[in-house]
Design a protein around this ligand. Structure first.
Ligand code: NAD
Length: 503
Protein backbone atom coordinates (compact mmCIF):
# COMPACT_ATOMS: atom_id res chain seq x y z
CA UNK A 1 0.00 0.00 0.00
CA UNK A 2 1.10 3.53 -0.66
CA UNK A 3 -0.30 5.08 2.50
CA UNK A 4 -1.68 3.99 5.85
CA UNK A 5 -4.29 6.74 6.11
CA UNK A 6 -7.02 7.45 3.55
CA UNK A 7 -5.50 10.10 1.32
CA UNK A 8 -8.80 11.85 0.77
CA UNK A 9 -9.00 12.86 4.41
CA UNK A 10 -5.45 14.12 4.61
CA UNK A 11 -6.20 17.80 4.65
CA UNK A 12 -3.07 19.79 5.10
CA UNK A 13 -4.21 21.76 8.09
CA UNK A 14 -4.86 18.54 9.97
CA UNK A 15 -1.32 17.32 9.42
CA UNK A 16 -0.58 17.34 13.11
CA UNK A 17 -3.63 15.28 13.95
CA UNK A 18 -3.15 12.19 11.78
CA UNK A 19 -0.62 9.42 12.11
CA UNK A 20 2.39 9.82 9.82
CA UNK A 21 1.98 7.77 6.71
CA UNK A 22 4.61 5.72 4.94
CA UNK A 23 5.54 6.68 1.39
CA UNK A 24 6.96 3.76 -0.55
CA UNK A 25 8.93 3.43 -3.76
CA UNK A 26 6.97 2.35 -6.82
CA UNK A 27 8.95 -0.24 -8.73
CA UNK A 28 7.66 -2.54 -11.45
CA UNK A 29 4.04 -1.69 -10.67
CA UNK A 30 4.35 -2.39 -6.94
CA UNK A 31 4.86 -0.34 -3.81
CA UNK A 32 8.11 -1.30 -2.14
CA UNK A 33 9.26 -0.27 1.35
CA UNK A 34 12.60 1.43 1.87
CA UNK A 35 15.96 0.07 2.87
CA UNK A 36 16.06 3.20 5.02
CA UNK A 37 13.52 5.90 5.88
CA UNK A 38 13.55 9.63 6.28
CA UNK A 39 11.05 12.11 7.73
CA UNK A 40 8.95 14.49 5.70
CA UNK A 41 7.84 17.50 7.77
CA UNK A 42 5.06 19.96 7.07
CA UNK A 43 6.18 23.41 5.89
CA UNK A 44 3.12 24.77 7.69
CA UNK A 45 4.05 23.81 11.23
CA UNK A 46 7.04 21.42 11.07
CA UNK A 47 4.84 18.47 12.11
CA UNK A 48 5.89 15.04 10.94
CA UNK A 49 3.59 14.09 8.06
CA UNK A 50 5.26 11.08 6.51
CA UNK A 51 8.04 8.55 6.75
CA UNK A 52 9.53 8.23 3.31
CA UNK A 53 11.44 5.28 1.93
CA UNK A 54 15.01 6.06 0.88
CA UNK A 55 16.42 4.01 -1.96
CA UNK A 56 19.91 2.57 -1.85
CA UNK A 57 21.83 1.47 -4.92
CA UNK A 58 20.04 -1.88 -5.06
CA UNK A 59 16.56 -0.41 -5.11
CA UNK A 60 17.54 2.11 -7.75
CA UNK A 61 19.05 -0.75 -9.74
CA UNK A 62 15.79 -2.73 -9.38
CA UNK A 63 13.83 0.27 -10.69
CA UNK A 64 16.16 0.73 -13.66
CA UNK A 65 16.04 -2.97 -14.49
CA UNK A 66 12.23 -2.91 -14.31
CA UNK A 67 12.18 0.09 -16.66
CA UNK A 68 14.58 -1.64 -19.05
CA UNK A 69 12.53 -4.86 -19.06
CA UNK A 70 9.34 -2.89 -19.76
CA UNK A 71 10.96 -1.33 -22.82
CA UNK A 72 11.34 -4.75 -24.34
CA UNK A 73 8.08 -6.03 -22.93
CA UNK A 74 4.44 -5.05 -23.48
CA UNK A 75 5.16 -1.30 -23.54
CA UNK A 76 7.58 -1.58 -26.44
CA UNK A 77 5.04 -3.60 -28.39
CA UNK A 78 2.25 -1.05 -28.19
CA UNK A 79 1.24 1.03 -31.17
CA UNK A 80 1.28 4.81 -30.86
CA UNK A 81 -2.52 4.78 -30.73
CA UNK A 82 -2.50 2.33 -27.83
CA UNK A 83 0.06 4.43 -25.94
CA UNK A 84 -2.05 7.50 -26.55
CA UNK A 85 -5.12 5.77 -25.10
CA UNK A 86 -3.16 4.84 -21.98
CA UNK A 87 -1.86 8.39 -21.53
CA UNK A 88 -5.40 9.71 -21.81
CA UNK A 89 -6.46 7.16 -19.19
CA UNK A 90 -3.66 8.42 -16.91
CA UNK A 91 -4.83 12.02 -17.33
CA UNK A 92 -8.41 10.96 -16.61
CA UNK A 93 -7.15 9.00 -13.59
CA UNK A 94 -5.51 12.10 -12.16
CA UNK A 95 -8.69 14.05 -12.66
CA UNK A 96 -10.77 11.30 -11.08
CA UNK A 97 -8.56 11.43 -8.01
CA UNK A 98 -8.17 15.18 -8.16
CA UNK A 99 -8.89 15.69 -4.46
CA UNK A 100 -6.34 13.06 -3.43
CA UNK A 101 -3.63 14.71 -5.53
CA UNK A 102 -4.66 18.10 -4.23
CA UNK A 103 -4.45 16.99 -0.60
CA UNK A 104 -1.09 15.30 -1.13
CA UNK A 105 0.46 18.25 -2.96
CA UNK A 106 -0.79 20.76 -0.43
CA UNK A 107 0.36 18.64 2.47
CA UNK A 108 3.86 18.34 1.05
CA UNK A 109 4.25 21.99 0.02
CA UNK A 110 1.92 23.99 2.28
CA UNK A 111 0.88 26.04 -0.77
CA UNK A 112 -2.59 27.58 -0.98
CA UNK A 113 -5.18 25.06 -2.12
CA UNK A 114 -6.52 27.56 -4.63
CA UNK A 115 -3.12 27.60 -6.35
CA UNK A 116 -2.73 23.83 -6.43
CA UNK A 117 -6.34 23.44 -7.56
CA UNK A 118 -5.95 25.82 -10.48
CA UNK A 119 -2.35 25.20 -11.49
CA UNK A 120 -0.52 22.17 -10.13
CA UNK A 121 -3.05 19.37 -10.41
CA UNK A 122 -4.82 20.35 -13.67
CA UNK A 123 -1.45 20.83 -15.34
CA UNK A 124 -0.38 17.42 -14.01
CA UNK A 125 -3.25 15.86 -15.97
CA UNK A 126 -2.87 18.16 -18.98
CA UNK A 127 0.78 17.17 -19.43
CA UNK A 128 -0.30 13.65 -20.38
CA UNK A 129 -2.98 14.79 -22.82
CA UNK A 130 -0.87 17.43 -24.55
CA UNK A 131 1.97 15.04 -25.29
CA UNK A 132 -0.41 12.24 -26.25
CA UNK A 133 -1.92 14.61 -28.82
CA UNK A 134 1.51 15.68 -29.98
CA UNK A 135 2.78 12.19 -30.62
CA UNK A 136 -0.25 11.45 -32.81
CA UNK A 137 0.75 14.28 -35.09
CA UNK A 138 4.50 13.95 -35.39
CA UNK A 139 5.67 14.92 -38.86
CA UNK A 140 8.28 12.81 -40.58
CA UNK A 141 10.92 13.73 -43.14
CA UNK A 142 11.00 12.22 -46.62
CA UNK A 143 13.61 12.91 -49.30
CA UNK A 144 14.00 11.44 -52.76
CA UNK A 145 17.53 11.42 -54.09
CA UNK A 146 19.30 10.67 -57.35
CA UNK A 147 21.73 7.75 -57.60
CA UNK A 148 24.43 7.05 -60.26
CA UNK A 149 22.45 4.16 -61.75
CA UNK A 150 19.48 6.44 -62.28
CA UNK A 151 17.17 4.32 -60.10
CA UNK A 152 17.23 6.75 -57.19
CA UNK A 153 16.75 6.25 -53.48
CA UNK A 154 14.39 7.46 -50.82
CA UNK A 155 15.11 8.55 -47.29
CA UNK A 156 12.68 8.74 -44.44
CA UNK A 157 13.18 9.38 -40.77
CA UNK A 158 11.75 7.50 -37.83
CA UNK A 159 11.65 8.51 -34.22
CA UNK A 160 12.55 5.84 -31.70
CA UNK A 161 12.50 6.08 -27.89
CA UNK A 162 15.87 6.80 -26.25
CA UNK A 163 15.21 4.09 -23.68
CA UNK A 164 15.14 4.43 -19.89
CA UNK A 165 14.89 8.07 -18.85
CA UNK A 166 15.99 9.21 -15.39
CA UNK A 167 13.74 12.04 -14.19
CA UNK A 168 15.05 14.22 -11.35
CA UNK A 169 12.52 16.71 -9.96
CA UNK A 170 12.38 19.72 -7.65
CA UNK A 171 9.84 20.53 -4.95
CA UNK A 172 8.27 23.80 -6.04
CA UNK A 173 5.66 22.47 -8.51
CA UNK A 174 6.06 18.75 -7.85
CA UNK A 175 3.36 17.02 -9.93
CA UNK A 176 3.37 19.67 -12.65
CA UNK A 177 7.11 19.57 -13.30
CA UNK A 178 7.40 15.81 -12.94
CA UNK A 179 4.60 15.08 -15.43
CA UNK A 180 6.04 17.76 -17.75
CA UNK A 181 8.84 15.22 -18.25
CA UNK A 182 7.07 11.90 -17.71
CA UNK A 183 4.26 12.85 -20.16
CA UNK A 184 6.50 13.33 -23.21
CA UNK A 185 8.89 10.55 -22.16
CA UNK A 186 6.07 7.99 -22.15
CA UNK A 187 4.38 9.48 -25.22
CA UNK A 188 7.63 8.86 -27.10
CA UNK A 189 7.72 5.24 -25.94
CA UNK A 190 10.35 5.50 -23.22
CA UNK A 191 10.13 4.16 -19.70
CA UNK A 192 11.04 6.26 -16.68
CA UNK A 193 12.55 6.13 -13.23
CA UNK A 194 11.51 9.24 -11.33
CA UNK A 195 13.34 10.65 -8.33
CA UNK A 196 11.02 13.25 -6.81
CA UNK A 197 12.37 15.84 -4.43
CA UNK A 198 12.88 14.58 -0.90
CA UNK A 199 10.60 17.45 0.14
CA UNK A 200 7.66 16.39 -2.02
CA UNK A 201 7.42 12.62 -2.40
CA UNK A 202 3.66 12.15 -2.30
CA UNK A 203 2.17 12.97 -5.69
CA UNK A 204 4.83 11.02 -7.60
CA UNK A 205 4.05 8.02 -5.41
CA UNK A 206 0.30 8.45 -5.83
CA UNK A 207 0.68 8.57 -9.59
CA UNK A 208 1.76 4.92 -9.41
CA UNK A 209 -1.78 3.97 -8.36
CA UNK A 210 -3.16 5.90 -11.31
CA UNK A 211 -0.73 4.19 -13.69
CA UNK A 212 -1.81 0.77 -12.45
CA UNK A 213 -5.51 1.65 -12.64
CA UNK A 214 -5.05 2.99 -16.18
CA UNK A 215 -3.42 -0.28 -17.26
CA UNK A 216 0.07 1.08 -17.89
CA UNK A 217 2.31 -2.03 -17.86
CA UNK A 218 4.52 -2.57 -14.79
CA UNK A 219 7.98 -1.06 -15.09
CA UNK A 220 6.98 1.79 -17.40
CA UNK A 221 6.69 4.29 -14.54
CA UNK A 222 8.92 3.81 -11.49
CA UNK A 223 9.59 6.05 -8.51
CA UNK A 224 12.53 5.93 -6.13
CA UNK A 225 12.70 8.33 -3.21
CA UNK A 226 15.66 9.85 -1.49
CA UNK A 227 18.14 12.70 -1.59
CA UNK A 228 20.74 13.79 -4.14
CA UNK A 229 24.39 13.11 -3.36
CA UNK A 230 25.16 9.62 -2.05
CA UNK A 231 21.47 8.78 -2.27
CA UNK A 232 18.80 7.92 -4.83
CA UNK A 233 19.52 10.96 -7.04
CA UNK A 234 23.18 10.15 -7.51
CA UNK A 235 22.55 6.41 -7.77
CA UNK A 236 20.03 7.02 -10.54
CA UNK A 237 22.05 9.53 -12.56
CA UNK A 238 25.22 7.41 -12.37
CA UNK A 239 23.39 4.20 -13.28
CA UNK A 240 24.57 3.06 -16.70
CA UNK A 241 21.19 1.48 -17.45
CA UNK A 242 19.75 4.98 -17.69
CA UNK A 243 19.94 6.23 -21.28
CA UNK A 244 19.08 9.89 -20.76
CA UNK A 245 18.56 12.22 -17.81
CA UNK A 246 16.09 15.06 -17.57
CA UNK A 247 16.46 17.38 -14.61
CA UNK A 248 14.80 20.42 -13.08
CA UNK A 249 16.44 22.13 -10.14
CA UNK A 250 19.34 24.32 -9.12
CA UNK A 251 22.09 25.14 -11.57
CA UNK A 252 24.77 23.68 -9.29
CA UNK A 253 22.90 20.37 -9.12
CA UNK A 254 22.46 20.42 -12.89
CA UNK A 255 26.22 20.75 -13.32
CA UNK A 256 26.77 17.73 -11.04
CA UNK A 257 24.24 15.73 -13.06
CA UNK A 258 25.91 16.73 -16.30
CA UNK A 259 29.17 15.33 -14.99
CA UNK A 260 27.44 12.10 -14.01
CA UNK A 261 25.87 11.87 -17.47
CA UNK A 262 29.25 12.36 -19.15
CA UNK A 263 30.11 8.84 -18.03
CA UNK A 264 28.55 6.97 -20.92
CA UNK A 265 28.06 10.15 -22.95
CA UNK A 266 24.35 10.24 -22.10
CA UNK A 267 22.16 13.17 -23.12
CA UNK A 268 20.82 15.61 -20.54
CA UNK A 269 18.01 18.11 -20.52
CA UNK A 270 18.53 20.67 -17.78
CA UNK A 271 15.95 23.18 -16.53
CA UNK A 272 17.76 25.18 -13.90
CA UNK A 273 17.82 28.31 -11.78
CA UNK A 274 17.07 31.90 -12.65
CA UNK A 275 17.36 35.50 -11.55
CA UNK A 276 14.52 36.79 -13.64
CA UNK A 277 13.91 40.44 -14.31
CA UNK A 278 10.73 42.39 -14.88
CA UNK A 279 11.20 45.51 -17.02
CA UNK A 280 8.56 48.14 -16.43
CA UNK A 281 8.46 51.06 -18.85
CA UNK A 282 6.75 54.31 -17.93
CA UNK A 283 4.24 53.80 -20.77
CA UNK A 284 2.95 50.51 -19.31
CA UNK A 285 -0.59 49.76 -18.22
CA UNK A 286 0.26 50.54 -14.60
CA UNK A 287 -2.38 48.39 -12.92
CA UNK A 288 -1.62 45.39 -15.10
CA UNK A 289 2.11 45.76 -14.46
CA UNK A 290 1.59 45.93 -10.72
CA UNK A 291 -0.76 42.96 -10.68
CA UNK A 292 1.59 40.90 -12.86
CA UNK A 293 4.70 41.86 -10.91
CA UNK A 294 3.09 41.06 -7.56
CA UNK A 295 2.17 37.63 -8.88
CA UNK A 296 5.59 37.02 -10.40
CA UNK A 297 7.31 37.98 -7.15
CA UNK A 298 5.06 36.27 -4.63
CA UNK A 299 3.18 33.38 -6.29
CA UNK A 300 4.00 30.10 -4.58
CA UNK A 301 5.89 32.13 -1.94
CA UNK A 302 8.39 33.20 -4.61
CA UNK A 303 9.32 29.59 -5.31
CA UNK A 304 8.69 29.60 -9.05
CA UNK A 305 11.66 29.23 -11.38
CA UNK A 306 10.06 31.82 -13.67
CA UNK A 307 9.42 34.23 -10.79
CA UNK A 308 10.79 37.76 -10.64
CA UNK A 309 13.52 38.80 -8.21
CA UNK A 310 14.80 41.90 -10.06
CA UNK A 311 12.38 44.65 -11.04
CA UNK A 312 13.67 47.44 -13.29
CA UNK A 313 11.30 50.42 -13.35
CA UNK A 314 11.67 53.46 -15.62
CA UNK A 315 12.45 56.45 -13.43
CA UNK A 316 9.33 58.62 -14.00
CA UNK A 317 7.10 55.96 -12.41
CA UNK A 318 9.64 54.47 -9.98
CA UNK A 319 8.33 55.94 -6.71
CA UNK A 320 4.71 55.28 -7.60
CA UNK A 321 5.48 51.71 -8.66
CA UNK A 322 7.40 50.95 -5.47
CA UNK A 323 4.56 52.35 -3.37
CA UNK A 324 2.03 50.17 -5.21
CA UNK A 325 4.21 47.07 -4.82
CA UNK A 326 4.53 47.81 -1.11
CA UNK A 327 0.77 48.13 -0.82
CA UNK A 328 0.25 44.83 -2.63
CA UNK A 329 2.89 42.99 -0.59
CA UNK A 330 1.44 44.24 2.68
CA UNK A 331 -2.02 43.05 1.69
CA UNK A 332 -0.78 39.57 0.84
CA UNK A 333 -2.48 37.27 3.31
CA UNK A 334 -0.32 34.52 4.77
CA UNK A 335 -2.22 31.56 6.14
CA UNK A 336 -3.28 27.93 5.96
CA UNK A 337 -3.88 26.34 2.54
CA UNK A 338 -7.59 25.72 2.90
CA UNK A 339 -8.43 29.35 3.72
CA UNK A 340 -9.65 30.90 0.44
CA UNK A 341 -8.26 34.27 1.57
CA UNK A 342 -4.70 32.89 1.76
CA UNK A 343 -2.51 34.40 -0.92
CA UNK A 344 0.80 33.00 0.24
CA UNK A 345 1.90 29.89 2.08
CA UNK A 346 5.21 29.11 3.75
CA UNK A 347 8.54 28.26 2.13
CA UNK A 348 9.12 24.58 1.54
CA UNK A 349 11.28 23.83 4.59
CA UNK A 350 13.14 25.21 7.56
CA UNK A 351 16.36 24.70 5.63
CA UNK A 352 15.15 26.79 2.71
CA UNK A 353 13.84 29.41 5.11
CA UNK A 354 17.32 29.62 6.59
CA UNK A 355 18.69 30.35 3.10
CA UNK A 356 16.06 32.98 2.29
CA UNK A 357 16.45 34.69 5.66
CA UNK A 358 20.22 34.78 5.18
CA UNK A 359 19.55 36.91 2.05
CA UNK A 360 17.15 39.10 4.02
CA UNK A 361 19.98 39.72 6.50
CA UNK A 362 22.52 40.20 3.73
CA UNK A 363 20.32 42.81 2.02
CA UNK A 364 20.05 44.77 5.27
CA UNK A 365 23.79 44.45 5.88
CA UNK A 366 24.53 45.73 2.36
CA UNK A 367 22.46 48.82 3.10
CA UNK A 368 19.27 48.03 1.20
CA UNK A 369 16.20 50.12 1.93
CA UNK A 370 13.63 47.64 3.17
CA UNK A 371 10.39 48.90 1.66
CA UNK A 372 8.42 46.13 3.32
CA UNK A 373 9.04 42.79 5.00
CA UNK A 374 12.57 41.57 5.56
CA UNK A 375 11.81 39.16 8.37
CA UNK A 376 9.53 36.55 9.86
CA UNK A 377 5.78 37.21 10.19
CA UNK A 378 3.73 36.70 13.33
CA UNK A 379 1.67 33.60 12.74
CA UNK A 380 -1.02 31.97 14.85
CA UNK A 381 0.11 29.48 17.51
CA UNK A 382 -0.59 26.43 15.33
CA UNK A 383 1.48 27.80 12.43
CA UNK A 384 4.32 29.51 14.23
CA UNK A 385 6.75 26.60 13.78
CA UNK A 386 6.30 26.68 9.99
CA UNK A 387 8.71 28.00 7.38
CA UNK A 388 7.07 31.43 7.08
CA UNK A 389 8.79 34.56 5.82
CA UNK A 390 7.45 37.99 4.99
CA UNK A 391 6.99 39.12 1.40
CA UNK A 392 9.83 41.56 0.95
CA UNK A 393 10.65 44.51 -1.31
CA UNK A 394 14.01 46.27 -1.34
CA UNK A 395 15.40 49.29 -3.12
CA UNK A 396 18.75 51.02 -2.78
CA UNK A 397 21.08 48.29 -4.06
CA UNK A 398 22.69 48.04 -7.48
CA UNK A 399 23.21 45.33 -10.07
CA UNK A 400 26.50 44.23 -8.52
CA UNK A 401 24.99 43.24 -5.17
CA UNK A 402 24.44 39.60 -4.32
CA UNK A 403 20.74 40.45 -3.96
CA UNK A 404 20.65 41.36 -7.67
CA UNK A 405 22.86 38.52 -8.88
CA UNK A 406 22.07 35.35 -6.91
CA UNK A 407 18.88 33.30 -6.99
CA UNK A 408 17.14 33.54 -3.60
CA UNK A 409 13.98 31.59 -4.50
CA UNK A 410 11.83 33.38 -1.95
CA UNK A 411 9.05 36.01 -1.93
CA UNK A 412 11.32 38.99 -2.44
CA UNK A 413 12.47 41.44 -5.08
CA UNK A 414 14.96 44.23 -5.50
CA UNK A 415 13.45 47.20 -7.36
CA UNK A 416 15.86 49.44 -9.30
CA UNK A 417 15.29 52.51 -11.47
CA UNK A 418 16.49 52.87 -15.06
CA UNK A 419 16.53 55.71 -17.60
CA UNK A 420 17.05 54.27 -21.07
CA UNK A 421 16.04 51.21 -23.06
CA UNK A 422 19.60 50.27 -24.06
CA UNK A 423 20.72 50.71 -20.46
CA UNK A 424 18.08 48.36 -19.04
CA UNK A 425 18.78 45.74 -21.70
CA UNK A 426 22.48 45.80 -20.82
CA UNK A 427 21.79 45.58 -17.09
CA UNK A 428 19.25 42.76 -17.36
CA UNK A 429 21.61 40.76 -19.56
CA UNK A 430 24.55 41.28 -17.21
CA UNK A 431 23.66 38.18 -15.21
CA UNK A 432 24.73 34.55 -15.28
CA UNK A 433 21.15 33.33 -15.59
CA UNK A 434 18.76 33.65 -18.53
CA UNK A 435 15.45 31.92 -17.85
CA UNK A 436 12.59 34.39 -18.25
CA UNK A 437 11.67 38.05 -18.34
CA UNK A 438 8.46 40.06 -18.22
CA UNK A 439 8.34 43.30 -20.23
CA UNK A 440 5.63 45.84 -19.42
CA UNK A 441 5.03 48.46 -22.12
CA UNK A 442 2.28 49.64 -24.46
CA UNK A 443 4.82 50.52 -27.17
CA UNK A 444 4.63 47.65 -29.65
CA UNK A 445 7.94 48.31 -31.36
CA UNK A 446 9.75 48.58 -28.07
CA UNK A 447 8.16 45.32 -26.88
CA UNK A 448 9.56 43.50 -29.92
CA UNK A 449 12.97 45.17 -29.65
CA UNK A 450 13.43 44.39 -25.97
CA UNK A 451 12.06 40.85 -26.23
CA UNK A 452 14.58 40.17 -28.99
CA UNK A 453 17.50 41.65 -27.07
CA UNK A 454 17.04 40.04 -23.66
CA UNK A 455 19.10 36.86 -23.23
CA UNK A 456 16.43 34.46 -21.96
CA UNK A 457 14.53 31.39 -23.02
CA UNK A 458 11.10 32.91 -22.33
CA UNK A 459 10.11 36.57 -22.77
CA UNK A 460 6.65 37.68 -21.75
CA UNK A 461 5.17 40.99 -22.84
CA UNK A 462 2.42 42.44 -20.64
CA UNK A 463 1.94 39.08 -18.95
CA UNK A 464 3.62 36.52 -16.79
CA UNK A 465 3.29 32.71 -16.57
CA UNK A 466 1.07 32.45 -19.63
CA UNK A 467 1.99 29.02 -20.94
CA UNK A 468 0.95 27.23 -24.11
CA UNK A 469 2.39 23.75 -23.65
CA UNK A 470 3.21 23.45 -27.34
CA UNK A 471 5.81 26.21 -27.09
CA UNK A 472 9.52 25.74 -26.32
CA UNK A 473 10.36 25.97 -22.63
CA UNK A 474 13.86 26.31 -21.22
CA UNK A 475 16.58 28.67 -20.18
CA UNK A 476 19.51 30.47 -21.78
CA UNK A 477 22.96 30.75 -20.20
CA UNK A 478 23.14 29.04 -16.80
CA UNK A 479 19.38 28.58 -16.64
CA UNK A 480 19.27 25.54 -18.84
CA UNK A 481 20.34 23.28 -21.62
CA UNK A 482 17.80 22.19 -24.19
CA UNK A 483 14.14 22.99 -24.69
CA UNK A 484 11.12 20.93 -23.73
CA UNK A 485 7.49 21.46 -24.70
CA UNK A 486 5.48 20.49 -27.76
CA UNK A 487 7.55 19.02 -30.56
CA UNK A 488 10.72 20.32 -28.89
CA UNK A 489 10.40 17.55 -26.33
CA UNK A 490 10.74 15.08 -29.19
CA UNK A 491 14.34 16.14 -29.70
CA UNK A 492 15.25 14.93 -26.26
CA UNK A 493 12.94 11.98 -25.76
CA UNK A 494 13.53 10.32 -29.13
CA UNK A 495 16.39 9.17 -31.31
CA UNK A 496 15.89 10.20 -34.90
CA UNK A 497 16.83 7.45 -37.31
CA UNK A 498 17.22 7.88 -41.06
CA UNK A 499 16.29 4.97 -43.29
CA UNK A 500 17.76 5.13 -46.82
CA UNK A 501 16.31 2.74 -49.40
CA UNK A 502 17.92 2.24 -52.77
CA UNK A 503 15.23 1.76 -55.36
P1 NAD B 1 17.82 21.00 -6.22
O1 NAD B 1 18.78 21.14 -7.32
O2 NAD B 1 18.32 21.17 -4.83
O3 NAD B 1 17.14 19.57 -6.24
C1 NAD B 1 16.46 19.09 -7.39
C2 NAD B 1 16.48 17.59 -7.40
O4 NAD B 1 17.82 17.14 -7.61
C3 NAD B 1 16.02 16.95 -6.09
O5 NAD B 1 15.24 15.82 -6.40
C4 NAD B 1 17.32 16.55 -5.44
O6 NAD B 1 17.20 15.47 -4.53
C5 NAD B 1 18.15 16.16 -6.65
N1 NAD B 1 19.60 16.19 -6.48
C6 NAD B 1 20.33 17.02 -5.70
N2 NAD B 1 21.65 16.76 -5.85
C7 NAD B 1 21.75 15.74 -6.73
C8 NAD B 1 22.84 15.02 -7.29
N3 NAD B 1 24.12 15.31 -6.97
N4 NAD B 1 22.58 14.03 -8.16
C9 NAD B 1 21.31 13.74 -8.51
N5 NAD B 1 20.24 14.37 -8.01
C10 NAD B 1 20.45 15.38 -7.14
O7 NAD B 1 16.63 22.00 -6.53
P2 NAD B 1 15.37 22.31 -5.61
O8 NAD B 1 15.84 23.06 -4.42
O9 NAD B 1 14.57 21.07 -5.44
O10 NAD B 1 14.52 23.27 -6.56
C11 NAD B 1 14.72 24.65 -6.62
C12 NAD B 1 15.56 25.01 -7.82
O11 NAD B 1 14.95 24.52 -9.00
C13 NAD B 1 15.70 26.50 -8.07
O12 NAD B 1 17.02 26.77 -8.43
C14 NAD B 1 14.78 26.77 -9.24
O13 NAD B 1 15.10 27.88 -10.01
C15 NAD B 1 14.94 25.51 -10.01
N6 NAD B 1 13.81 25.29 -10.89
C16 NAD B 1 13.98 25.47 -12.24
C17 NAD B 1 12.92 25.28 -13.11
C18 NAD B 1 13.08 25.48 -14.59
O14 NAD B 1 12.19 25.08 -15.31
N7 NAD B 1 14.15 26.07 -15.06
C19 NAD B 1 11.68 24.89 -12.60
C20 NAD B 1 11.53 24.73 -11.23
C21 NAD B 1 12.61 24.92 -10.39
Amino acid sequence: MLITEPQATARAAQATQIAPKSIHHFINGQYVPGERWFDKRSPLNNALVARVAEAGREQVDAAVRAARAALKGPWGGLSVAQRVDLLYAVADGINRRFDDFLAAEVEDTGKPMSLARHVDIPRGAANFKVFADMIKNVPTEFFEMATPDGQGAINYSMRRPVGVVGVICPWNLPLLLMTWKVGPALACGNTVVVKPSEETPQTAALLGEVMNAAGVPPGVYNVVHGFGPDSAGEFLTTHRGVNAITFTGETRTGAAIMKAAADGARPVSLEMGGKNAAIVFADCDFEAAIEGTLRSCFANCGQVCLGTERVYVERPIFERFVAALKHGAEHMQLGPPEDPATGMGPLISQEHRGKVLSYYQKAAALGATVITGGGVPDMSAELQDGAWVQPTIWTGLGDESAIAREEIFGPCALVMPFDREDEVIRRVNDNAYGLATAIWTTNLSRAHRVAAAIEVGIAWVNSWFLRDLRTPFGGAKQSGIGREGGVHSLEFYTELKNVCIKL
